[in-house]
Write a protein of this length. Structure first.
Length: 116
């Protein structure tokens, strides 16, 4: 069982940066694949990025080159560094934990708003 708490969201202008954090409780954090997802108003939730237990990362095409996902297993925390933010990045961002493509635990989310 993992509990996930996101932080770091906020409002920025286009071109700005934010770093989201997701702190996890539980001693097995390092074994999970950690993912980031987002949901904009009126749209379905979409995959943003993930990082495997070994540190390999995958990104959605829309964020590749701008976002970086990393993890610190000693701190039970996963990060999403977001650079060159665009208005279309505005969404509620969630972190999730699971194995392969199946996510079992979800955080409550944090709002990211990018103004033009």
């Amino acid at each position: 069982q993992l509990q996930l708490v996101e932080s770091g969201g906020g409002a920025v202008q286009a071109g700005g940066s934010l770093r989201l954090s997701c702190a996890a409780s539980g001693r097995t954090f390092s074994t999970y694949t950690m993912g980031w997802f987002r949901q904009a108003p009126g749209k379905e939730r979409e995959f943003v990025a993930n990082i495997g237990s070994g540190g390999s990362t995958t990104y959605a095409a829309s964020v590749k080159g701008r976002f970086t996902c990393s993890r610190d297993n000693a701190k039970n925390t996963v990060y999403l560094e977001m650079n060159n933010l665009k208005p279309e990045d505005t969404a509620y961002y969630y972190c999730a934990a699971g194995f392969l493509a199946s996510y079992h635990f979800w955080g409550q989310g944090t709002q990211v708003t990018v103004s033009s």
